[in-house]
Write a protein that binds this ligand. Structure first.
Ligand code: AMP
Ligand code: ZN
Length: 112
């Protein structure tokens, strides 16, 4: 499959990993917008949050567990951070493999 995040999961594309378990991998965004900018993804290819199915509900728990581990590993668990998933054209989703941006390490503004 021609999916860069599947290629990272498969180890065919290098990534600077922060966390990994059976279901989830997290790695630094190649184009960070803040001191901490990590992408947390399921190893399973799911095109976006709109493609999540009932059988994936348990996986979502693993994803948020992964996000908690990323926050601790990058030191933003106490200072706070933001979790974002972009969906579709207006959401400016560019990689069509579900991912949660974990962004922090500075004071964030709330602007769309
Ligand atoms: P989105 O626009 O929400 O689909 O986010 C995709 C993110 O993936 C962007 O922030 C990119 O900078 C990031 N990205 C694209 N390719 C890579 C890569 N090979 N390694 C790490 N991050 C990547
Ligand atoms: Zn994929």
């Amino acid at each position: 499959m021609d999916c860069i995040f599947c290629n990272i999961v498969a180890g065919e594309l290098p990534a600077n990993k922060v966390y990994e378990d059976e279901h989830v991998v997290a790695f630094h965004d190649i184009n960070p917008i803040a001191p901490v900018h990590v992408l947390t993804i399921p190893k399973k290819h799911i095109p976006s949050a709109m493609a999540i199915e009932t059988e994936d509900w348990e996986l979502l728990g693993h994803l948020f567990h992964g996000i908690q581990q990323v926050a601790k590993a990058t030191g933003v668990d106490q200072s706070g951070f933001r979790v974002i998933t972009n969906i579709g054209e207006h959401g400016q989703q560019t990689v069509h493999h579900l991912h949660y941006h974990v962004i922090g390490g500075r004071q964030l503004e709330w602007k769309a």
